[in-house]
Write a protein that binds this ligand. Structure first.
Ligand code: HEM
Ligand SMILES: N[C@@H](CC(=O)c1ccccc1NC=O)C(=O)O
Length: 254
């Protein structure tokens, strides 16, 4: 007879709760590990949602795509809120164990890069296996633009048939087409709703980045990062990144 299902077995708690291995004896190292493991779990869920959403946009099922996209921006909000738990760790607490981290850094998170890549932010950094796989395919922004073209908008080949592995280059014709959608939302209701779901995600990502850099300057000041970047100045340079750039710039045109 098979074992009855239990809470602990179903959730693989034996494995989950034995995967925290602080290297130092410092109390706050457990918090640091738990925060990062939780983040990786949420990223795993966000990636699963984005993969489904990409497929739905590719097949013009935009209304069905909204649900997963809304879920992604709520997951991002939870990740942003978790900074408040981490900032209970002061510089005095962190410096006690920062040394054990060596050259490891969030910079090396393949799942974080994979989310950026799925959205449309590509190139830069050494990609891990997941990121490399997604970088070979159109991003959510590429698929949104393809859906826009199928709806009858005239978009350049540069946006529709590009080399997916390369960074996306914002295009005035793409901006103009999405501006049309925003000028007459009721006519293009599904595309308009899709665009706003995408802006929610870009907005939430930028908010997460802001909170990260604020936390970093609060905890390590202007020290360089363990991952080899200058730290705060590097992170500030990432604040300008936009996965759906034309959805931001078109606002000036309205
Ligand atoms: C005390 C806490 C933290 C400090 C001091 C810190 C510091 C840094 C620094 C300096 C970098 C730049 C790369 C480097 O040179 O290391 C970085 C990158 C990064 N960190 Fe953190 N971090 C902290 C917590 C977190 C947490 C909690 C997360 C995730 C929830 C996270 C995720 C990332 C990611 C994804 C990057 C790459 C960002 C990019 O390249 O756009 N970090 N972090
Ligand atoms: N880059 C951080 C270290 C760090 O935060 C970190 C180290 C190991 C695993 C995850 C990390 N989180 C984000 O960068 C630092 O320079 O202190």
């Amino acid at each position: 007879m098979t074992e009855p299902m239990t809470y602990s077995r179903y959730l693989a708690l034996d494995q989950l709760l034995s995967a925290q291995h602080p290297v130092s004896d410092e109390h706050d190292e457990l918090l640091f590990i738990v925060i990062h493991q939780t983040k990786e779990l949420w990223l795993k869920q966000a990636i699963a949602e984005l993969e489904v959403a990409l497929d739905l946009v590719r097949t013009d099922r935009l209304v069905e795509a909204y649900k997963g996209l809304a879920r992604v921006s709520r997951i991002q909000a939870v990740m942003t809120l978790s900074w408040d738990v981490l900032t209970t760790m002061t510089p005095s607490d962190y410096t006690l164990f920062r040394g054990v981290l060596g050259t490891s850094s969030g910079f090396q998170s393949d799942q974080f890069r994979a989310v950026e890549t799925l959205l449309g932010l590509r190139g830069g950094g050494v990609p891990g296996p997941l990121t490399t796989r997604f970088a070979a395919q159109p991003s959510l922004w590429d698929e949104a633009n393809a859906a826009l073209a199928r709806a009858g908008f005239d978009l350049p080949d540069a946006a529709l048939k590009r080399d997916w592995t390369q960074p996306y280059r914002p295009d005035p014709a793409v901006e103009a087409a999405w501006a049309q959608v925003y000028r007459d939302p009721h006519r293009w209701w599904e595309l308009y709703q899709l665009a706003e779901k995408l802006v929610d995600i870009d907005d939430a990502l930028a908010t997460w980045r802001h909170k990260h850099v604020l936390t970093v300057s609060r905890v390590i000041g202007m020290k360089p990062g363990t991952g080899g970047t200058p730290g705060v100045p590097y992170l500030e340079s990432t604040l300008a990144k936009r996965a759906f750039p034309e959805l931001w710039t078109l606002r000036t045109l309205l």
